[in-house]
Design a binder for this molecule. Structure first.
Ligand SMILES: Cc1ncc(COP(=O)(O)O)c(C=O)c1O
Length: 365
């Protein structure tokens, strides 16, 4: 289907940040955004690109009270030849559909999702940064917008896409990978079977903040979440999926509990490792097994995967007051190879031998 969304251009274009090494994360937003409405009986309608500005929302809007919403996180990259590409945007659309099903939010067709993302990026194409490690972060989201205090799915929704040029996650390290220290959370949980862990909905993140704050107190960058029943099996690291390399087996939590967000980087990492002939296993892994492996020297690497940093190697875990070192505490070879390959494909410096990239045709409407 050929969508042709009307565009209202801003009359006050913002100055673009000049120093791309100081972009940070979600500090700047581009000039335009995408907005579309949904009404029961009418479906999705009136998709449009408009200036990025504050929106009006009724104080009794249900999303502000009961958090019926979902979102996605993805990036557009500028290749060395200047063209702009997305990384596996169909996967974001499919994940949004699964989140929507869980949150009782009406289905947003994959084609419409991608067309909306492309429409707003085309308007703000000059905002896509090019310095190493930078990208245009894309935040599509949908929220229920009924004036109602009934705890029932809304009948009116808004779908929006906003854009933010973002800096290198490893800016402090001149763009090179570095390891972090992670707090193993044994009290609070992120998700339980039957809950919303596999969906990308705001409540999952609000509920995680207390643990993040606790991790900071222990000089840790983030939290390693354990399962809800036994506080025994590892699940995710902060807002990333987690991989553990022990005796040359690379282990990550399986998706069948419904408590893990199916990361697009996670899926890409599993595919690459499999292609490279490495042993990658999706199975339950206990924190005790990891601590024992740290002690006997068989814990070779831990890394987190996600859109924000691609690959984040972990150098040390803090669990129940003790530090557990990961090998020599430095960046491991598998993490480095994955980062070089994935980030290379995303930014067009490595040939896309997996067919994962999606070029945006830059002609404006
Ligand atoms: C809870 C959680 N897990 C994992 C991920 C990684 O997913 P992706 O690789 O699609 O960015 C994210 C980020 O979106 C997340 O929020």
């Amino acid at each position: 289907m050929n969508y042709n969304f009307p565009v209202t251009r801003t009359k006050n274009p913002k100055p673009r940040p000049q120093d791309e090494t100081k972009l940070g994360f979600a500090k700047y937003f581009t000039d335009h955004m995408f907005v579309m409405d949904y009404d029961e009986g009418q479906g999705w309608h009136d998709g449009r690109v408009v200036p990025h500005e504050p929106i009006l929302i009724e104080p009794a809007s249900c999303v502000l009270h009961y958090a019926q919403m979902m979102f996605e996180g993805m990036k557009a990259y500028r290749k060395p030849d200047g063209t702009i590409q997305l990384f596996r945007p169909d996967m974001n659309a499919k994940r949004m559909a699964r989140s929507g099903e869980r949150m009782c939010i009406p289905e947003l067709p994959e084609e419409l999702f991608i067309a909306a993302v492309e429409a707003v990026i085309k308007e703000d194409i000059d905002w896509v940064p090019s310095a190493p490690g930078t990208a245009l972060y894309i935040r599509p989201y949908v929220f229920g917008d009924d004036v109602s205090f009934s705890v029932l799915p809304a009948q009116h929704y808004r779908f929006m896409v906003i854009l933010s040029p973002t800096g290198s996650y490893y800016a402090a390290n001149d763009g090179g990978l570095s390891t972090t220290r992670i707090f193993v959370e044994d009290e609070y949980i992120r998700a339980a079977p039957g809950g919303t862990g596999f969906a990308k909905c705001g409540g999952n993140y609000g509920g995680g903040m207390r643990a993040s704050r606790k991790a900071q107190k222990y000089q840790c960058k983030d939290v390693l979440w354990l399962d809800a029943y036994e506080h025994k099996y590892v699940e995710e690291i902060g807002t990333s999926n987690a991989f553990f390399r022990i005796n040359d087996e690379i282990i990550t939590a399986p998706l069948n509990s419904g408590t893990i967000l199916p990361g697009i980087t996670r899926d890409s990492v599993i595919q690459l490792l499999t292609k490279w002939g490495m042993k990658v296993t999706q199975r339950k892994l206990s924190i005790d097994e990891i601590c024992a492996a740290s002690k006997d020297g068989s814990l070779q690497e831990i890394f987190a995967t996600g859109t924000a940093a691609v690959i984040s190697p972990i150098g040390c875990l803090n669990y129940m007051g003790n530090d557990y070192q990961v090998a020599d505490g430095e960046v491991g070879p598998v993490a480095q190879k994955l980062y070089d390959t994935l980030y290379g494909i995303q930014t067009g410096t490595v040939e896309d031998f997996m067919g994962w990239t999606h070029t945006i045709d830059i002609k404006k409407q």
